[in-house]
Write a protein that binds this ligand. Structure first.
Ligand SMILES: Nc1ncnc2c1ncn2[C@@H]1O[C@H](COP(=O)(O)OP(=O)(O)OP(=O)(O)O)[C@@H](O)[C@H]1O
Length: 252
């Protein structure tokens, strides 16, 4: 397992955000889903070694990640809100990441910057980039970093339709590479096409459900409702993975 957590909790002051998270994730592309404020970013930061848990266990590559260079060198956490230096150009931010991550794949970085048509973003100060342009920088860094563990925090925010397709195409190319990728996302329908599993973080601050695409086979949809296949009416249609995720998000 790349990531193991057991009874993981994290509080901010008197607010308990994570409340006993039990999670095991290995190679593959995993979605981290849940309503606003349930603690997805907090969990990613703990896994990345940037934040200490309040109690419980978190192990990444078999070690405690907090401030641990052996884990952090193999992990890249990035997203549209990552605080890269605002006075650096987009190109310099990417160059900084190239120096930071040993397995960096320059060919992939070049392919992504070309597919995103990023010329202007590369020359502009990071602090002056639009959300979509910052998303592109984050995606180039995350995918090209080549780290064994990639944590993407809502990486697509602000991307137009064309660039969203570019992102998902390149993300899908990572399937089967042996990397472990965890993506916090609200884009259920798009994400469902690329995910191996979806982890739903519930409002109680625990893992409410972890499901795989094949779990959807046990359900059918009738009139917008998700029914166990045995109870389904004759004209119900088979459930899809995104139906299943959406259902759990509504319930939890
Ligand atoms: N550094 C911090 N100090 C105090 N509270 C924090 C801090 N970081 C996060 N929180 C609180 O923890 C809760 C969870 O935040 P988090 O960003 O992890 O949620 P999220 O699931 O990623 O939300 P969203 O889907 O809206 O991005 C929120 O109530 C937030 O205000």
């Amino acid at each position: 397992m790349t990531i193991h957590t057991s009874q993981l909790t994290r509080a901010f002051g008197t607010q308990n955000v994570l409340n006993g998270v039990d999670l095991d994730l290995g190679p593959g592309i995993h979605g981290l889903l849940g309503r606003n404020g349930v603690g997805k970013s907090t969990l990613l930061r703990i896994i990345a070694g940037q934040l200490k848990p309040t109690s419980g266990t978190v192990e990444v590559f078999g070690q405690r990640p907090f401030d641990n260079a052996r884990v952090m060198d193999r992990t890249c956490l990035t997203g549209v809100d990552t605080a890269y230096p605002g006075s650096w150009s987009g190109a310099d931010v990417i160059k900084g990441a190239r120096l930071r991550y040993r397995p960096w794949d320059q060919q992939l970085a070049d392919a992504l910057t070309a597919d995103f048509a990023m010329d202007q973003a590369l020359e502009t100060r990071y602090g002056k980039l639009s959300r979509g342009q910052r998303a592109m920088v984050a995606i180039v860094i995350g995918l090209a970093a080549g780290t064994d563990l990639l944590l993407l925090d809502e990486p697509y925010v602000g991307l137009d339709t064309h660039n969203t397709d570019v992102f998902y195409r390149h993300l899908l190319a990572q399937a089967g590479t042996g990397r472990t990728i965890v993506m916090a996302t609200h884009h259920i329908e798009d994400a469902a096409k690329v995910l191996d599993t979806a982890v739903v973080l519930g409002r109680e601050g625990t893992v409410a459900k972890q499901c795989a695409p094949e779990d959807a086979d046990a359900f059918a949809v009738a009139g917008g409702e998700l029914l166990p296949i045995d109870d389904a009416t004759r004209h119900a249609r088979p459930a899809r993975f995104d139906d299943l995720i959406e259902h759990y998000l509504e319930v939890y």
